[in-house]
Design a protein around this ligand. Structure first.
Ligand code: CDP
Length: 214
């Protein structure tokens, strides 16, 4: 089997990560969550008080980072990081940096994995245009907000539904309307409806893989 790249794009809270984890486990593919890279760089920018409008300083700062870890950490999911990330992700300089980091990680991981599954906003449309399978995940904002609200409550965190709904809509708007790599349905992408049960989603995914992965 040739090495396979699977891209998964979709809006915030559409369940890309869970789908990516399923594919990664089933096919022994490496899973790269590109959102983590955007979140990690944002968290460093907040801590170091880097002004992203100062292009020279921003470039110098990014040049000082050789390898950005894609490891998950609870702190990267905090509300301030989440809200700042889509603002930081508008910058072309940041996006170029994250794109090259993604290519470095995938190249390295393909050496000992059958494939890579990468989730984000611009994976199939920009970063890995040659992905063998491109998925685009759809779920209505109301359902996404309900799911996130429930998840936060279950984790024992405070959550106000109306605020979650507002944040999700705001992030969608920022991601879809930005000039650099807006969230779009990539050409030749399969649209997955993830608003019903996960079992339903899995059966949509499995029928695509059956056709493409021999
Ligand atoms: O978990 P959630 O879907 O809410 O977000 P995420 O995938 O962790 O990504 C956080 C933010 O990073 C998004 O709202 C986007 O603004 C940005 N992002 C991006 O611009 N391009 C990507 N490939 C991945 C994330």
């Amino acid at each position: 089997m040739n090495k396979i790249i699977v891209s998964i794009d979709g809006p915030s809270g559409s369940g890309k990560e869970k789908i990516a984890r399923y594919i990664s486990k089933k096919y022994d593919f490496f899973h790269l969550d590109s959102g983590i890279l955007y979140r990690r760089i944002t968290s460093i920018i907040i801590k170091k008080k880097i002004e992203i409008d100062n292009k020279k300083n921003l470039t110098n700062f990014l040049n000082s980072i050789k390898y950005l870890s894609s490891r998950k950490h609870k702190s990267l999911r905090k509300e301030d990081v989440s809200n700042q990330t889509s603002l930081v992700a508008k910058s072309a300089i940041i996006r170029n940096f994250i794109n090259s980091q993604q290519k470095i990680i995938v190249k390295k991981m393909l050496k000992n994995h059958a494939g890579c599954v990468i989730d984000g906003r611009d994976i199939g449309s920009k970063v890995f245009k040659n992905a063998k399978i491109k998925l685009f995940i759809r779920v209505k904002p109301r359902i996404r907000a309900e799911r996130r609200h429930k998840q936060l409550i279950e984790q024992g965190e405070k959550s106000i539904y109306s605020r979650i709904f507002k944040d999700i809509n705001l992030r969608d708007k920022t991601d879809k309307n930005r000039r650099e790599s807006p969230l779009i349905v990539p050409k030749k992408a399969y649209i997955i409806d993830n608003s019903k049960s996960f079992k339903n989603t899995i059966s949509q995914i499995n029928s695509i893989f059956k056709k493409v992965v021999k």
